[in-house]
Structures are given as structure tokens and as C-alpha cells.
Write a protein that binds this ligand. Structure first.
Ligand SMILES: [Zn+2]
Length: 422
């Protein structure tokens, strides 16, 4: 394959706006990302919200709250390419048929909830001993796809086909295909994830050499052994001039916070170029968010607002650093709005008693209302984080957040009701 030097877009897809002092803000920084296709922009640190084919769980597109409070921030939405491959398996298309069917149909045109968002396309295969493929470096090194559940199957896509899918969907950022090794997987799987991910990135860089609109993110896999992560990060660093950033992947919850922090520190040390956007996997819990940002991450994958809504929780991260469990019978006759003072649509028209009732009778509207509020509150939480970095007081913000969370937990243990205060 002919190698042509890849041109960088005239405008860099990411820029650092402010970096704090180490002793006051750790490695936290504020930046901006620019969508190559959507033309949308967003400030970082920001959450990368996980979607199912571009839609948020239990949140119809028309009800998605306006993003953030600063006005110009667009949502960052992750589009897992695996969703399309699952769809592919169910409809009987082969990998290439689906790519052809989607050609000239950008995702903005077919997935309503993603309008105006900065889109990140990712293609992660779950690593498994069932897919040995002849061991590390084995012949089918770029076979990607599902793990056998839910009708998914493993599909072999060539780099040219992967790029064709990216071009058809026109997402703004594109995470290079990778093989995941999460915390419970064996050393063999983790070793192989590094080798296969490096091989797929090399093939993709070779194939993508002439495409300046591809804002490519390298994927760093390798589980939680620091030496292995370092190797994986160095593999990605070799292609730095072709990349807009990188994703520290395989962090989908379950690992310890200490493991996460060490891995992120290792990766940022191995690839320290300030122009690269740093993304990390995760569930987006408050402590994950705060610790990842302290280590220099710009974007954190998250399903937290939606998972919380599914568990009947209303977040109050931006105010009392607290959450309310709407299943609790103490809300049965509580006529107050969900969170007084919150301008979101759920809080302006619905009482706690009503939402408690909806949750009790398993009416999906209850979860949708909580998702609206949680997403708004979560964006506000990130807005507060960005403000604290710009004021060079992020580490103090983090400590105050933890202190407030502890105080709320103590108040709950003591049986006092603090919900009416915020
Ligand atoms: Zn609200």
C-alpha cells in the first residue's frame, strides 16, 4: 500500500486553553475540541456520553436538555461501531454490505439525538480466550466485532472497510480499532490486546495516510499491569504525528480507583504532547471523573447520568454533592419539585411525589425525567470543574467535593433529611 504523508487540518481539532499549576491543580487543564464534520465545539474537561446507535437510554431526542450553562458547549457523544455490527448480524448483511448501505448517510441524518453534538466513533472488540486467532500477532489480527452475546458475531473488517464506515458515518473523532482487556481478563488476553491493537493502528495509519479529515485517536489497551500499559502507550506514541489524541481504554468499571490512577499517570507520562486530546474509558462516577482530570484527562467516557436514572437516583453533584433515591417512601407525599432551583425541564414541572409514583409503577417517564435532570446536573458539575481549573484551584475543589459528599453521608447515617436545602 502506498504511503502518503498525511496533511493535518488547517485548524487543530484540540487546543489547550489553560493549564493550572501542579501543586494547585495537578495535571488538570481546560481545552476545546472542534468537530471536523459537525462544526460543533465543546470545552474540556467534558464527559463523553455513551449512546446506543446515537440515542441516549430512556431519553427521547426532543427531551435532551440544552448542554451546559455556558452556551457554546456541545455534547460529546460516543458512537460504538459495534452497535452497527450487531445490527449487521441481525439483518444478515455482511460487514461490507452495511458499509455500502450507509454510504453518504452521515450519522447526523439518521440518529436524531446526535444533532449538534461532537461525535466520537469507536470500534472496540472484547478480548477473550475464545478468540485466540493463533495467539499474539496471529493472522486475523484485525478481526473485530461482538463477543457472541446478543446475536453479535466477530466480523473481519479490513482497514479500508473500517475507514469507509467512518467516512459514511462522518463522525468527528475516530478511535482506532482495538481489542479490550478489562480488569478481570487473563494476562494472555491483555498481552494479545496490546499486540493486536498496535497492529490494527499500524494498518489504519497506513491506509488513512491521504485523509486529512480523519481525526484519529490511538487506543491504549493492556489491562492494569503498568509495564504492559507503558508498552501499549509507546506503540501509540510512534504514530503521534498522525493522531489527534488517544484513548486510555479498557477502563469500564470494576477496577480499583488506585489502579485507574496509576494507569492514567503511566500513559500521560509516555505520551505527554500537549496538543493531543486525552480520553479515558470509565463509567463516569464523580470520583473517577475528579481523579482522571487530576491526571490530565480531557474527556471521560460516561454512562453515569443514565445509569443513575435507571437506579431511580436524582443527582445533586452540582449543589449538595448528594443524590436522592426516588424509590424511598419518604417522597410519597412530597409535593416539592425534584430539585428546587434547578432550571431543567424535569425540575420545573414535576413533584418528587409524582416521580416517586412513576418509578413505583415502572412507568418509563419516571426514568426519562430523572435522565433529563441528571444530564443537566452532570454538565453543571463539569462546568464547575472547568471553572475551578481556570481559577487554578482544582485540587481544592476536589477536596471540598469529597468533604461535602462525606458530610452528606454522615447526615444520612444520622437520619436527618437534607433534601429540602438545595
Ligand atoms: Zn433538574
Amino acid at each position: 500500500m502506498e504511503r502518503v504523508k498525511r496533511l493535518r487540518p488547517a485548524n487543530a481539532p484540540f487546543e489547550v486553553v489553560f493549564e493550572g499549576t501542579g501543586s494547585l491543580s495537578g495535571r488538570a487543564r481546560v481545552g476545546r475540541v472542534f468537530g471536523a464534520h459537525s462544526q460543533a465545539t465543546s470545552q474540556t474537561p467534558a464527559p463523553l456520553l455513551l449512546s446506543l446507535r446515537g440515542a441516549f437510554p430512556n431519553l427521547p431526542a426532543a427531551l435532551v436538555p440544552r448542554c451546559g450553562v455556558a452556551g457554546e458547549n456541545s455534547a460529546l457523544v460516543q458512537i460504538p461501531m459495534l452497535d452497527f455490527i450487531v445490527l449487521n448480524a441481525q439483518t444478515g448483511f455482511s460487514g461490507v454490505d452495511l458499509v455500502n448501505a450507509l454510504e453518504n448517510k452521515p450519522l447526523h441524518a439518521i440518529a436524531d439525538a446526535t444533532r449538534g453534538a461532537v461525535l466520537f466513533l469507536s470500534l472496540k472488540a472484547a478480548g477473550s480466550d475464545d478468540f485466540a486467532d493463533g495467539g499474539p500477532g496471529g493472522g486475523r489480527s484485525n478481526a473485530v466485532g461482538g463477543d457472541g452475546r446478543g446475536g453479535a458475531r466477530r466480523v473481519k473488517l479490513t482497514p479500508a472497510e473500517v475507514l469507509k464506515l467512518q467516512r459514511a458515518l462522518q463522525c468527528d473523532f475516530f478511535e482506532a480499532p482495538s481489542e479490550q482487556a478489562v480488569f478481570y481478563m487473563s494476562d494472555n488476553v491483555a498481552d494479545r490486546s496490546v499486540v493486536k491493537t498496535a497492529s490494527m493502528l499500524q494498518e489504519l495509519v497506513d491506509a488513512a495516510a491521504v485523509d486529512p479529515s480523519l481525526q484519529l485517536l490511538g487506543s491504549i489497551q493492556g489491562g492494569f499491569e503498568l509495564a504492559r500499559r507503558r508498552t501499549a502507550a509507546e506503540d501509540v506514541a510512534k504514530h503521534e504525528s498522525h493522531l489527534s489524541g488517544y484513548v486510555v481504554s479498557g477502563m469500564n468499571g470494576g477496577e480499583t480507583l488506585e489502579n485507574r490512577i496509576k494507569c492514567l499517570a503511566e500513559c500521560v507520562t509516555a505520551i505527554s504532547s500537549p496538543r493531543l486530546l486525552r480520553v479515558c474509558g470509565g463509567t463516569g462516577s464523580p470520583s473517577e471523573v475528579l481523579e482522571s482530570i487530576a491526571k490530565g484527562m480531557d474527556v471521560i467516557e460516561s454512562s453515569y447520568p443514565f445509569e443513575s436514572a435507571n437506579s431511580a437516583l436524582a443527582l445533586r453533584l452540582s449543589s449538595s454533592r448528594h443524590k436522592m433515591d426516588l424509590r424511598d417512601t419518604k417522597y410519597r407525599l412530597d409535593r416539592r419539585v425534584l430539585v428546587p432551583g434547578c432550571p431543567c425541564e424535569a425540575c420545573s414541572g414535576y413533584s418528587r411525589a409524582y416521580i416517586h409514583h412513576l418509578i413505583n409503577v415502572h412507568e418509563i417517564l419516571g426514568t426519562s425525567l430523572l435522565a433529563i435532570h441528571n444530564l443537566y446536573d452532570y454538565w453543571l458539575f463539569f462546568e464547575q470543574i472547568r471553572c475551578s481549573i481556570l481559577q487554578d484551584r482544582f485540587l481544592r475543589f476536589r477536596q471540598e467535593f469529597y468533604d461535602a459528599m462525606d458530610a452528606q453521608a454522615c447526615a444520612e447515617d444520622g437520619g436527618s433529611d437534607t433534601e429540602g436545602n438545595g
